[in-house]
Design a protein around this ligand. Structure first.
Ligand code: EPU
Length: 335
């Protein structure tokens, strides 16, 4: 256990707050022992810290899941099932899959964070979400130490959400994730516009898993700051989902508003467009800024505190509400 340790290297915003008690656990056994020793106390589960904004020192004991291991547990002619320890770095796993020519997660390359956090917010990028390759995840209920496996239909996956962000928030600790990847006949997903545009402009015929990974990785490099250099946690807000009626009214006032069809009756608005059109792109305040290439990303320019970042984010939120009557919802967990 680490006492009074700085969490600066444990969160991708690089915010310097203190954790009173931090437990790094490397196996299921250690998870159980730690939970037992903390019985009846509230605990906070931390993965890669890539979707979190600490605004205060953390008094609650933190369990940082570091369980490693990637193994194929079953296979047939077309698919493999892969078990991944929750503490594996997501991108290491994606690169492992690509090196073995296993398809399904190539669009999800370069997303920061650990594997255990991926199902919690149903990570997604460039037309793919983890739910598209998800089989199950396992772990323990924090209060009862009961072990449980959640199959895909138990997880209530939706856009950037799951049961682990809703009724099971802070109640369940994920130790293992099982995904299904394709060995043969993998259907490349090039539906996302900016991805398809590059494929077309480069005249890539029948892109392979490696081609997609390379193209997505390059698009991300252009748009998103590397958190090891500039503190950030990717998109700060979710893209808001609105009704046809709301969209029609917005389009009357803002004819170039960016939106996508979400399902039959709902539409997703580009939060980046809303923020940019409130004049925030590349705007700095103290040590905080809206990223120059992606208005949905808030960055720590140096020694910003979590409160400075939070207060700037709330200014953005108020301005978007005032101008568009749309209430943005944080994608980042504010602690
Ligand atoms: N746009 C602007 N201004 C900007 C950036 C984008 O107007 O500063 C508009 C453009 O029209 C652009 C469109 O928004 O074509 C879409 O932009 P982008 O492809 O960057 O996608 P996004 O909707 O802003 C979402 C995810 C990202 C994910 C990308 C690609 C959310 C909250 N964010 O961003 O996820 O990488 O799509 O799939 O859904 C993350 O969750 O941390 C994250 C980075």
């Amino acid at each position: 256990m680490k006492i009074n340790i700085s969490l600066k290297s444990y969160n991708s915003f690089g915010v310097d707050v203190i954790s009173k008690e931090l437990y790094e656990v490397y196996s299921e056994d250690e998870v159980l022992k730690t939970l037992n020793s903390l019985k009846d106390r509230k605990v906070f589960i931390l993965g890669g810290g890539s979707n979190i904004l600490f605004t205060n020192n953390v008094q609650t004991p933190i369990i940082n899941v570091k369980i490693k291991g990637i193994k194929i547990i079953s296979e047939n002619n077309n698919h493999v099932s892969v078990s991944i320890g929750a503490g594996e770095i997501w991108d290491d796993f994606v690169k492992w899959a690509i090196s073995k020519n296993l398809g399904g997660v190539e669009n999800l390359i370069s997303i920061p964070g650990y594997v255990g956090g991926a199902p919690i917010q149903n990570i997604g990028a460039y037309g793919v979400e983890i739910k598209n390759v998800f089989l199950s995840c396992s772990g323990y209920f924090i209060e009862t130490l009961e072990k449980k496996e959640f199959k895909i239909n138990d997880c209530q996956f939706s856009y950037r959400s799951s049961i682990f962000k809703k009724s099971l928030k802070n109640k369940f600790i994920i130790t293992e994730v099982v995904l299904q990847l394709s060995k043969n006949n993998h259907k490349i997903n090039k539906s996302y516009k900016s991805l398809n545009d590059v494929i077309k402009s480069k005249n890539v015929k029948d892109p392979t898993i490696k081609d997609i990974a390379e193209i997505v990785s390059n698009i991300r490099k252009d748009k998103l700051p590397d958190p090891s250099i500039i503190g950030n946690s990717g998109s700060f807000f979710k893209n808001p989902i609105v009704s046809q009626d709301t969209l029609t009214k917005l389009k009357e006032r803002f004819s170039d508003i960016v939106f996508y069809k979400e399902n039959g009756i709902k539409y997703k608005l580009s939060a980046a467009w809303l923020i940019e059109n409130c004049g925030f792109k590349n705007i700095k305040e103290k040590n905080v800024s809206v990223y120059k290439n992606q208005a949905l990303v808030i960055t720590n320019l140096g020694n910003a505190t979590g409160r400075e970042i939070y207060s700037f984010s709330q200014k953005i939120k108020s301005k978007v509400l005032e101008k568009f009557d749309i209430l943005l919802e944080e994608e980042v967990n504010i602690i």
